[in-house]
Design a protein around this ligand. Structure first.
Ligand SMILES: *[C@@H]1O[C@H](CO)[C@@H](O)[C@H](O)[C@H]1NC(C)=O
Ligand SMILES: *[C@@H]1O[C@H](CO)[C@@H](O)[C@H](O)[C@H]1NC(C)=O
Ligand SMILES: *[C@@H]1O[C@H](CO)[C@@H](O)[C@H](O)[C@H]1NC(C)=O
Ligand SMILES: *[C@@H]1O[C@H](CO)[C@@H](O)[C@H](O)[C@H]1NC(C)=O
Ligand SMILES: *[C@@H]1O[C@H](CO)[C@@H](O)[C@H](O)[C@H]1NC(C)=O
Ligand SMILES: *[C@@H]1O[C@H](CO)[C@@H](O)[C@H](O)[C@H]1NC(C)=O
Ligand SMILES: *[C@@H]1O[C@H](CO)[C@@H](O)[C@H](O)[C@H]1NC(C)=O
Length: 498
């Protein structure tokens, strides 16, 4: 099931975790040498390609040299920052990092410096891909895990990106200084929070009051401390930020657990279904759960809602916690595809806003066993990044997407596979459902198909309306050289194709 064991994706400079640069074609074992040959092979193809582009350029003028790529995310400005990175020579990894960091400024209730996540990076030309796991790690006995978000993004940039780290951080600082637009998602979340739960943390209470004090689409200041924190990250780098974090959060996390945190690089998982190879993230995430569900429903009843429900129902996964997050999809001219999922656990995580201006996760609340394993072990999440590649055709259909919750992810994946490429936008309009023991939460109750509602009730489930905001999934689809990108109508996002 695991695709590959090598540690390199592209011919770009490769860095160690501690930042030592290695030569781009550094080879340490036979596996690497195979890659080396592939890289050299592709370089030659690439060089010939460049020559052709150059000739076309000379013939037709500068238009032909516009770099191709896509960014789909939950915020228009952040997607634009992502494509800016592609335009100045960055790759899909750089674009995804820039966009994800920006998203965490605009949508701080769903993702951020106090959160966690996972990404997959896939090189379609070589078929090589990786899981970068920056899930929260266990520490002291509380619901808060060691945040992996920033160091995960940094690590991905060091190892697989092209642009300098500072270039990726700068747009988020500028945005934080101008202030953020109050989105429907943020407002809905604060209303839900203040009506269902107590906000004990004074910082969070104060900031959420300022948000509720203005109407939607107005600009508000980011939480106190965040601009300084981002500036520290820009000037001194993530390692310095983790040192500061270890001091600030010693009530919640063992300082050594914070400064010792490292992301994992793991292979991707791969499974075939319906003429597609499904590539997804490794253990401790929604990836293995997706593979389980797919094998349960493989070849059953046309893989309809009923078989999906049975496939989800029979897993030994605890669905009881609220699970939330953000997703970003990017592609570039090198045919590198990236999808990042990031989150804080539930909406607003642990509902603690630090003096440094970010919200702490409640990753352990989503872990049903709720037990400490060890310092390097990850707290399991339901995060699901995925890429679907039509088998047998190198230029066939490819889909880059994912979801913070594997239940949503599997619905989106199956509806996309069953939808013709030209009708792909329709998957946005299909209301989703989330099973939780004998309860099913449905989206858009008035639009949700009656036939399926009746079926749920007949099968003994209690149905109710899912709380707002609904989770979002953004998509890039490529067929041949034609790409389409779109953002989930559930968010306020936008996708950009250049
Ligand atoms: C945390 O520690 C307390 C006392 O040591 C214990 O009673 C409790 O069960 C622990 N909680 C968790 C979630 O491990
Ligand atoms: C809400 O707005 C009013 C009027 O602009 C202002 O006086 C007040 O301080 C604001 N409250 C908060 C919590 O921001
Ligand atoms: C898979 O591809 C084959 C041959 O191209 C086709 O006959 C078959 O209908 C496809 N199956 C599905 C499930 O799309
Ligand atoms: C589905 O069935 C096909 C054909 O039997 C098999 O090749 C594939 O691995 C199965 N996929 C899953 C997800 O179990
Ligand atoms: C799920 O489990 C039930 C019993 O709890 C069983 O009847 C059913 O066949 C199982 N479904 C699948 C798809 O494995
Ligand atoms: C899921 O169901 C369990 C048991 O009925 C309940 O305690 C929990 O609050 C539910 N979770 C959500 C997110 O609705
Ligand atoms: C920590 O837990 C992980 C996952 O169970 C395991 O692979 C690893 O060996 C453990 N490390 C130590 C130092 O016990």
């Amino acid at each position: 099931m695991e695709v590959d064991t090598i540690d390199k994706l592209t011919s770009h400079s490769v860095y160690d975790y501690d930042g030592n640069e290695k030569t781009p074609l550094y080879a340490k074992n036979d596996n690497d040498k195979t890659v080396l040959k592939l890289i050299i092979g592709f370089c030659m193809v690439f060089c010939i390609g460049l020559l052709i582009i150059l000739l076309i350029h000379i013939h037709y003028g500068p238009h032909q040299l516009v770099p191709h790529g896509n960014v789909a995310s939950d915020d228009a400005q952040c997607s634009k920052y992502g494509t800016d990175m592609l335009k100045i020579g960055g790759n899909a990894v750089d674009a995804a990092i820039t966009t994800a960091l920006c998203n965490s400024v605009v949508l701080p209730h769903l993702s951020g410096l106090g959160g966690n996540g996972v990404m997959i990076i896939y090189d379609h030309r070589t078929g090589i891909g990786k899981t970068i796991d920056f899930g929260a790690a266990y520490s002291l006995n509380s619901s808060i895990g060691v945040p992996g978000f920033l160091i995960g993004l940094y690590y991905a940039n060091m190892k697989y990106g092209i642009l300098p780290w500072k270039t990726l951080v700068e747009p988020s600082i500028n945005l934080a200084k101008t202030g953020i637009i109050v989105t429907k998602s943020l407002r809905d979340s604060i209303i839900e929070l203040s009506t269902t739960k107590l906000i004990k943390d004074k910082n969070l209470k104060d900031w959420s009051d300022t948000v509720l004090n203005v109407s939607r689409d107005q600009v508000i200041a980011v939480p106190n401390g965040l601009i300084d924190t981002l500036t520290l990250i820009y000037r001194h780098g993530p390692i310095e930020f983790y040192k500061e974090m270890s001091k600030e959060l010693e009530l919640y996390l063992k300082p050594d657990d914070v400064t010792g945190y490292q992301p994992f690089i793991l292979p991707m998982l791969k499974q075939n279904i319906m003429n597609y190879s499904i590539l997804t993230s490794n253990k401790g995430t929604g990836g293995p759960i997706l593979i389980d569900i797919l094998s349960k429903i493989n070849n059953t009843n046309n893989m309809d809602t009923v078989s999906l429900l049975n496939g989800i129902k029979n897993l030994s996964v605890d669905w009881s916690a609220e699970n939330a997050g953000l997703q970003v999809s990017t592609t570039d001219v090198f045919d590198l595809y990236v999808t990042i999922i990031s989150g804080l656990g539930s909406v607003f995580g642990s509902r603690i806003l630090t003096k440094s201006g970010y919200i702490l996760n409640n990753a352990l609340d989503l872990n049903y066993k709720h037990q400490y394993i060890n310092q390097t072990a990850r707290i399991p999440s339901l995060h699901l990044p995925f890429i679907a590649v039509e088998t047998g055709k190198i230029c066939g259909r490819r889909l880059i997407s994912g979801s913070a919750d594997v239940r949503d992810g599997v619905e989106i994946l199956l509806s996309m596979l069953k939808t013709d490429p030209q009708d792909i936008f329709n998957v946005n309009n299909i209301p989703r459902f989330r099973l939780n023991y004998s309860d099913i939460k449905i989206e858009y109750p008035n639009k949700f198909p009656n036939k399926i509602k009746e079926l749920f009730v007949k099968s003994g489930y209690h149905i109710s309306e899912a709380p707002l905001p609904y989770p979002t999934s953004n998509v890039v689809q490529k067929v041949g050289d034609i790409s389409i990108a779109f953002s989930d109508i559930r968010g306020s996002g936008k996708s950009i194709t250049i």
